[in-house]
Design a protein around this ligand. Sequence first.
Ligand code: HEC
Length: 150
Amino acid sequence: MLKITTHSLILGLLIVSWGAGAQTHQMNPLDLAVPIADEQAVAEGGEIFSEKCSACHGGRGVGTGRAPCVSCGKFMFRGNTNSEIYETIYSGTPRTGSRGGKMGAFSSMLDKSEIISLVTYLRATERARIASGEISDPYAENQDAMVFPD
Ligand code: HEC
């Protein structure tokens, strides 16, 4: 019940920020705002992603059999805010219960602005994929699991 309420709240806030035609993406007013319209930041994030992340997560973060999609608008390991995605990249995926434990921390390899450009790249890619119809709108449905495409 709480989860549904949280999802509805997030969805509502998201519609507000999208409706404004924002140049930045954030999931709620307190979330880390990432500059998805800044082509340089997106390009920088894309380069780092190709170098350090795509071997597991696939090109453009579409996911592989061994690592979930990170451009599908569904980040369920910690949560779907930019701050939570930042934290996942910073500290990796410590094993909690039945999931996690397969991705190391990038805190010693990437500085703050590089991690922010990665989050920017993932959100810009996600928005482009939704806009082109490549993926169905992830915000229209509740999703309780990480996405591992076939
Ligand atoms: C060695 C393979 C590997 C590499 C390299 C890797 N990841 Fe991951 N990542 C995973 C796996 C596997 C998971 C799912 C959690 C788990 O099983 O540990 C994950 C989870 C995530 C999540 C959470 C997904 C969700 O649904 O909440 C994010 C965000 C993420 N990775 C981003 C990145 C970024 C950005 C990079 C590059 C800096 C990166 N990963 C590099 C394997 C990897």
